[in-house]
Design a protein around this ligand. Structure first.
Ligand code: NAP
Length: 319
C-alpha cells in the first residue's frame, strides 16, 4: 500500500512516513537508502550536518538507474545548517547540497535551527558542526528574516519546491508568518509521548503548516549520545500503556508510537539500520487506535526534551 501523504501549503504532497538519515553510517548509507526505496520509502530526511548526503544520493541514483523509482516519485528533504544563515550563504550551500545528492531540486529545504552561527567555509570544515574555526561556538549575525528571505529565493529559482523550519517555538513562528512571502510548509520538531507539544502542533496545523515529528521513540536515539537524562528516562518501548495497546493490535511498540503520531496527521521520519525494523516502521498507517488510546498515549507527556542545543554548548536553552 503506498504511504498516504499530507498536502502542503506549497501544493505538493509529502509522504506521512519517511526515513531519517541522522546517524546513518557513511559506509552503509548508500545501501540503506537503496534498500529503503526498495522497501517502499519515498521520503528521505537528510541534512548537511548528518555528513552523509553524498552516500544518500548514491543510493537514490542506483534506485533510479535500476528503474525502481523516478526522481519525481521521491521526496528528498534537506536542511540549512546554522553556519549558513547569512543571506548570501544560503543559495551556495543549497547548491552544494544538491550536487552532493546528485539532484537538481529539493522537495523540501528546512532551516535546521533558529540559531545563526558564525560562517565556516565548507573548504575549511564539512560537514559543519556547532563550532567555529576556532573550535568554539560563536553566534552569527543573521536575523531569521534575512535567512528566510534567502530561503524564499530558493523557491523562486526552483532549487526547493517547498521550504520549512525546524526547532522553532510558537513565538518565532508567529513572527515569521508576519513577513513570509512564501509560508513555511512544514515545522519539524521533537515529538514523542514524553514531549507532545500539543499547543504548538495545534497552532501550526491551524496555520496550514504540516508537522513532522523527529525522535518519535523518545530517549532511545539519545542514549548513544550519552545524553544523561535519556539514560534515566524509562524507555517508551517498555511502558505499560504502549505495550498493552501494541499487544491488542498485534503490533510492536514502535508501530504504536508511530501510529499515534500519523493518526493525528503528524508525519514521522524514523531511522533504523535494521532491515526488519525498517519495514516495520513503514507499516504504520494500516490500523487505527481508538480515541481513548490516543489520549492515553498523549497523557504520558512530561515535557521531557532530549535534543536541546544547550547540550551542544549553546550557553542558553532556546525552547
Ligand atoms: N530537525 C532536527 O533537529 C532533528 C533532530 C533529530 C532527528 N531528526 C531527524 O529525525 C530522524 C529520526 O530521529 P532519531 O534518529 O533521533 O530517532 P528515532 O527514529 O526516534 O530513533 C532511532 C533509534 O530507534 C531505533 N529503532 C528504529 N526503529 C525501531 C523499531 N521498529 N524497533 C526498535 N527500535 C527501533 C534505532 O535503532 P536501529 O537503527 O538499530 O534500528 C535507533 O536507535 C533523524 O534520523 C533525522 O532525520 C531531526
Amino acid at each position: 500500500m503506498p504511504t498516504p501523504s499530507i498536502k502542503l501549503s506549497s501544493g505538493y504532497d509529502m509522504p506521512i512516513v519517511g526515513f531519517g538519515l541522522w546517524k546513518v553510517n557513511n559506509d552503509t548509507c548508500a545501501d540503506q537508502v537503496y534498500e529503503a526505496i526498495k522497501a517502499g520509502y519515498r521520503l528521505f530526511d537528510g541534512a548537511c550536518d548528518y555528513g552523509n548526503e553524498v552516500e544518500s544520493g548514491q543510493g537514490v541514483a542506483r534506485a533510479i538507474k535500476e528503474g525502481i523509482v523516478k526522481r519525481e516519485d521521491l521526496f528528498i528533504v534537506s536542511k540549512l545548517w546554522n553556519s549558513f544563515h547569512d543571506g548570501d550563504r544560503v543559495e551556495p550551500i543549497c547548491r552544494k547540497q544538491l550536487a552532493d545528492w546528485g539532484v537538481d531540486y529539493f522537495d523540501l529545504y528546512i532551516v535546521h535551527f533558529p540559531i545563526s552561527l558564525k560562517y565556516v567555509d565548507p573548504s575549511v570544515r564539512y560537514p559543519p558542526s556547532w563550532d567555529s574555526e576556532d573550535g568554539k561556538l560563536e553566534l552569527g549575525k543573521a536575523t531569521i528574516q534575512e535567512t528566510w528571505t534567502a530561503m524564499e529565493s530558493l523557491v523562486d529559482k526552483s532549487l526547493a519546491r517547498s521550504i520549512g523550519i525546524s526547532n522553532f517555538s510558537a513565538q518565532l513562528l508567529m513572527d515569521l508568518l508576519r513577513y513570509a512571502r512564501v509560508r513555511p510548509s512544514t515545522l519539524q520538531i521533537e515529538h514523542h509521548p514524553y514531549l507532545t507539544q500539543t499547543r504548538l502542533v495545534n497552532y501550526a496545523q491551524k496555520e496550514g503548516i504540516a508537522i513532522t515529528a523527529y525522535s518519535s521513540f523518545g530517549p532511545l536515539s539519545f542514549i548513544e549520545l550519552n545524553v544523561k537524562h535519556a539514560e534515566k528516562t524509562p524507555p517508551l518501548f517498555g511502558h505499560a500503556t504502549i505495550t498493552t495497546i501494541a499487544k491488542k493490535y498485534g503490533k510492536t511498540p514502535a508501530q504504536v508510537l508511530l501510529r499515534w503520531a500519523t493518526q493525528r496527521n503528524v508525519a514521522v521520519i524514523p531511522k533504523s539500520n535494521d532491515p526488519s525494523r525498517l519495514a516495520q516502521n513503514l507499516d504504520v498507517v494500516g490500523f487505527d487506535l481508538e480515541a481513548g488510546e490516543l489520549e492515553a498515549i498523549s497523557s504520558l507527556d512530561q515535557g521531557i526534551r532530549f535534543n536541546d542545543p544547550h547540550s551542544y554548548d549553546l550557553p542558553v536553552t532556546i525552547f
